[in-house]
Each structure stands twice: as C-alpha cells, then as structure tokens.
Write a protein that binds this ligand. Structure first.
Ligand SMILES: [Ca+2]
Ligand SMILES: [Ca+2]
Ligand SMILES: [Ca+2]
Ligand SMILES: [Ca+2]
Length: 406
C-alpha cells in the first residue's frame, strides 16, 4: 500500500496523513467480512476492520453519494491501483491515498472516513496527473546525432512507467504512448544515435529473462519498429550497458559495457548491418567501482564522444574523454553527491546552445534545504563545452513513480 500527497501541497500546508490507521491487516477468515469483497472490486465498509455494511465498485466513482465520508475501512481487490480521494471528482488537492491490489481478506483501516471519490489507474502517478513526466527541451542549433528521435533538434526522452509502458516525451511537455506494455521485462535500456543505419535513433534493451540484447529501430517519429536480436545471450553478465556514439571513428554508433566478473570495460563496435562486432577491451579492470555510466556525447568539444562515470564509493562523477576506439585519462567532473541520483540521462543538448547536457533523476538520498528524502526530482546540468557541467538546476519535482528514462 502506498499513499502520497502532491509535494507542493504537502510542503505548503504541512499536510501529512502518514502514520496511524493505514496499516494493512489480514482478517482471520472465520471472523471477517473482508472476504466478502469479491475479486475485481474495491470495497469499503461502514465500520472499521471490514465490519458493518459493505459498499463495492469496479468503476470510477466521482461522488460516493450516500457513502461520502462514511467508509471506515476498505480494500482494493481490483488489478489496478485505486486512488482514494478526500474530495469528490478525483480532486487530489485535499489529499489522496493510493492502494495497490490486495489479497483476499486484507483491508485497510481508515478511521477518518473522509473518502469522497475513487478512481482506478495503472500507475500511482495517474492519481494526480499523467503517467509520463513533464520534459522540456529547447531546439538545438545543430543536430548532435543523438538524443533526438524525431529529427526536430529537440532532445527527447523515452520514459518507462511502473506498469511497463514506454512513453515518448518530445520536449514540449507532452507524452505519447510508444510501448503498450511488457517493457519491465527489460533490465537495461540505452539509446545514443543510430545503430540500424537509417539515420534514425534506436533503442537497445536487455531482456532480463534471457540475457538477450534487442535493437528497437526508431521510426523517426518517436515510435519504435520491430525489434531485432543483436546479442544472442550472455548479456546478463554485463553491467552498465551504454550506447556511447561513434567511439571508433567509422561513423557507426558503438556500445560499451562492464563485465561483472572481471570489472573489465569492453567496446562493442556497431557494424554496417546494424549488429555488434567483436568486442574490444578498453578498460583492463576496476570498472565495477563505477555504478553508473552515461554516453553523454562530445562534452569537451574535440569531436569524439565522451563518457561520464559515477564512482560508487565517493559519489564523484568522472569524465572519460573519448579517444580513437578507447577512453582517455579521466578528469573530475563532479566532486560528490552523485549517489543521490537514481539515474543519469544523456539525451544531448536540451538547453539549446548546441552543447550536450546531462539530466538526472534523484533518489531518496537527495538533500534539499538540509533534508534528504527528495526523490523524483529532475535535475538538469548544462554542458559547458569543456567536458564539465554547470551547476545543477532542479527542473521538475514530479519525476517520481517511474521506472527509468533514456
Ligand atoms: Ca526531438
Ligand atoms: Ca536507426
Ligand atoms: Ca570528446
Ligand atoms: Ca546544451
């Protein structure tokens, strides 16, 4: 079970409904009417602990009518997430609870009994807004060869939600569904330039159950075409699979990855047929000490794509400048604190100055005003053109409840 109030409201009013009364309890079968709630329904009871009269619905209810402010315990037996609002008409300004699907016999105590409307959604984000987050990018003066899936020189993102859907966000605040489901079966997503040799940016994904690597060719609109196998297996032995751009200098996009068992860094060159060629050792060891890589493009302006790596033990961010088919000596690009980022996202120039930038989404280690716990912020860093970054800007606080972006 989860609950959430919008960050802004909670901050403004100090509202906090966490705490007593919302524990999930499983009733004992003999005594309980909690079992009366049929599968597929959300049920509420006039009494606490699933006692008294029972209300049930399997559809959204904008106004609970005679049950308004009368439900003292409830359970969600649907397969969706139930948003339980304190106000009518799914108005979340007064607060809401979100309830995950529960098992038979479970219930949630709700002594305040202030529920006034109920809505069913796929992800908790949709209790208060869109499944996808707000992404804003400026038009770049030049095409950087990556980050832009629909060729408008605005950096795009592909965002995966917790229901396993994939959204294309073109940088104007909107989003469009480009993957209807199943994407949570992938445990690595990376994107940087064109692998299939049609000039359109593609997505590469690793399938968790098989260790296979798949290429999803971009169609030039933000959508993805039929996938093609580019790694037959064994990719679960690798970490930090990262598309980096053309490191070898042959005009084709390449991939790098760390071998978990050895800490070695390998380069997988793109080929003329859109597959990956024989790998080449470019880092002899120690790469397991890095817990995030980002194929950020040419950050230092020498024409070769570079890589950022986050050092797990220190939270430092290092620039590894691209050299001919390898990486050069590292330069410190971030002195610390980078472990407060759940993810580094490299989608090219989104500030509109022609230089690639870096975006990151925070985890609960992220500190604001002296307090940690601020997950789900999009923090953006402008590339300065010398391999380094300008100070991060907190761009949007509603990047919570997602399952990655690239
Ligand atoms: Ca674009
Ligand atoms: Ca392509
Ligand atoms: Ca470079
Ligand atoms: Ca920029």
């Amino acid at each position: 079970m989860g609950n959430r109030f919008t960050r802004s409201l909670a901050t403004l009013t100090g509202l906090a409904l966490t705490g007593a009364g919302l524990l999930t309890v499983t009733a004992t079968p003999a005594a309980a009417s909690a079992y009366d709630c049929p599968a597929g329904y959300w049920c509420g009871w006039s009494g606490q602990s699933a006692t008294g009269q029972m209300y049930k619905t399997n559809k959204n209810v904008a106004d609970l009518g005679s049950w308004d402010n009368k439900i003292h315990s409830y359970v969600n037996r649907t397969k969706s997430i139930a948003c339980v609002y304190e106000n009518k008409n799914y108005n979340y300004a007064g607060g809401y609870w979100s309830a995950d699907p529960a098992d038979a016999g479970e219930y949630i105590s709700y002594p305040t009994a202030t529920a006034s409307s109920v809505k069913f959604v796929r992800t908790e984000r949709e209790c208060v807004g869109q499944a996808y987050p707000w992404w804003d990018s400026q038009t770049s003066p030049k095409a950087l060869g990556f980050g832009d899936m629909n060729g408008d020189r605005r950096a795009d993102m592909l965002v995966r939600d917790k229901a396993g859907r994939l959204w294309f966000t073109p940088g104007d605040g909107t989003g469009r569904l480009v993957g209807t489901g199943g994407w949570n079966s992938m445990n690595a997503l990376t994107r940087h330039g064109d692998f299939s040799r049609d000039g359109r940016e593609d997505l590469i994904a690793r399938e968790a159950s098989t260790g296979k690597l798949w290429l999803y060719p971009g169609t030039g609109t933000g959508s993805l075409g039929s996938r093609k196998l580019i790694g037959t297996g064994g990719w679960n032995g690798m970490s930090n699979i990262t598309a980096v751009g053309d490191l070898t200098g042959d005009g084709r996009s390449d991939l790098i990855a760390v071998e978990k068992s050895t800490g070695k860094l390998y380069l997988y060159p793109g080929t003329s047929t859109g597959t990956l060629g024989s790998r080449k050792l470019i880092g002899t060891g120690g790469w397991n000490s890095m817990n995030a890589l980002a194929g950020v493009g040419d950050m230092d302006g020498d024409g070769r794509p570079d890589v950022y790596a986050r050092e797990a033990s220190t939270g430092k961010l290092w620039l590894y400048p691209g050299r001919s088919a390898t990486l050069g000596g590292r330069v410190l690009a971030g002195t610390g604190g980078w472990n407060a980022m759940a993810q580094l996202i490299a989608v090219g120039d989104f500030s509109g100055d022609g230089r690639p930038d870096l975006a990151a989404v925070t985890n609960d280690k992220y500190v604001i005003d002296g307090y940690a716990g601020n997950l789900g912020w999009l923090v953006t860093y402008r590339g300065r053109g010398n391999g380094l970054l300008a100070a991060g800007e907190r761009t949007d606080g509603e990047w919570w409840g997602l399952n990655g972006a690239c």
